[in-house]
Design a protein around this ligand. Structure first.
Ligand code: NAI
Ligand code: MG
Length: 342
């Protein structure tokens, strides 16, 4: 059976970095039976051209023809645009990709040395403030805006299970539950309780040590190597993983997968980077590593390993450093390097 991979570069540097992820799979994915790629569209540019940010056809092809997908980045405007809604947020919902798994790992000076930073942020992907139920009204003192923050036992439990499984598979077997239930005792309280209850229902998880940390100090404490796996509601997880990216040098190297029970989608943690788009200097490492993460999730461990190794060795030797990492390398140079490695 062949493996069909949907490619959705979307906007901005997504269009520059997703091709490098494809090259990595083509060059180093020899244990994958004939990978097939399907080009799909979505994003703000698609919206301005067609009036829809996530075309029906893209969703149908992903559901019916693809085994997995790679998503680049979208340029969502900060102002409200009538009819527009972020396609990545929608895709996570439609495909029920309830977990966003974001490993943040630094490159060690030699392959035998452990990485200084090595943690995984597990972000709940379907609810919290990202249900986007916002309203503006007029009150006694002028405009008032409200948002609904949805936390359910079901979603918190399944993300908790995912986090315990990931922690169990790592040498340290440590899980930190991130919340702010000192202030938001009802919503964050439910998240915290639901995650903790997961451990009492599966004896395998007794091997995992569990800690808790309030989200604000968690961002601070990430600076010290105390975390192993962190599990957080949607918004906190989003913020924590961008903060963690600073510890490993750049948002341009941090990958993720959006995972559900039946589908997986790789996606760099960064956005569409309009400040550097079009210059050919976007760091493709986050996308290449997202491809590896996606393949590992599907059981293609050899290909994943080869791709990660190829990236680690060029970074370790200080070759191919794009400007975000202090170098002068271009995105395109990665294509050449990956092909040489094959
Ligand atoms: P951003 O992640 O696009 O950029 C933040 C900073 O990091 C910029 O200085 C950028 O140049 C740099 N950077 C990011 N990725 C890089 C890479 N691969 N190589 C080199 N430098 C890189 O975040 P920002 O500026 O807050 O948002 C820009 C746009 O991206 C917005 O429209 C936002 O809505 C969208 N966005 C989309 C996301 C997604 O598609 N999942 C996630 C985050 C933001
Ligand atoms: Mg983000």
């Amino acid at each position: 059976k062949s493996l069909t991979i949907g490619l959705i570069p979307a906007d901005g540097i997504g269009k520059e970095v997703i091709p490098a992820a494809r090259t990595a799979i083509e060059a180093l994915g020899s244990d994958i039976p004939t990978p097939k790629f399907v080009d799909l569209i979505a994003g703000f540019e698609t919206f301005t051209r067609t009036g829809v940010a996530l075309p029906e056809e893209t969703v149908e092809v992903l559901k019916n023809d693809c085994d997995c997908a790679l998503f680049g980045s979208v340029s969502s405007p900060s102002r409200k645009v009538v009819g527009y809604s972020s396609p990545i947020v929608a895709l996570r919902k439609i495909l029920d990709l309830y977990a966003n798994i974001r490993p943040v790992v630094s490159v060690s000076p030699s392959p035998d040395e452990p990485s200084k930073v090595d943690m995984i942020v597990v972000r709940e992907n379907t609810e919290c403030l990202y249900v986007k139920q916002e309203q503006q009204t007029f009150g006694e003192h002028g405009k008032e805006a409200r948002a609904t923050r949805l936390i359910t036992e079901r979603a918190s439990t399944r993300i908790g299970k995912m986090a315990f499984e990931l922690a169990l598979a790592r040498p340290r077997r440590h899980l930190t539950v991130i919340h702010k239930s000192n202030v938001l005792s009802v919503t964050d309280g439910l998240f915290r309780e639901s995650v903790r209850a997961v451990q009492t229902k599966d004896p395998r998880f007794e091997a995992v040590t569990v800690a808790e940390q309030l989200v604000d100090s968690a961002v601070y404490r990430q600076y010290f190597p105390i975390y192993d796996v962190m599990v957080a509601p949607n918004l906190y997880g989003d913020i924590l993983s961008d903060a963690a990216a600073a510890l490993v040098g750049s948002l341009g190297v941090v990958p993720s997968v959006n995972a559900g029970d039946t589908f997986v989608m790789g996606e760099p943690v960064h956005g569409s980077a309009p400040d550097i788009f079009g210059q050919g200097i976007a760091n493709p490492v986050a996308s290449i590593r997202s491809a590896a993460l996606m393949l590992r999730h599907l059981g293609y461990t050899e290909a994943a390993h080869r791709i990660d190794n190829a990236v680690d060795s060029v970074l370790r030797e200080g070759q191919l450093l794009t400007p975000d990492l202090g170098g002068t390398a271009k995105t395109q140079e990665y294509h050449i390097s990956l092909q040489k490695n094959s």
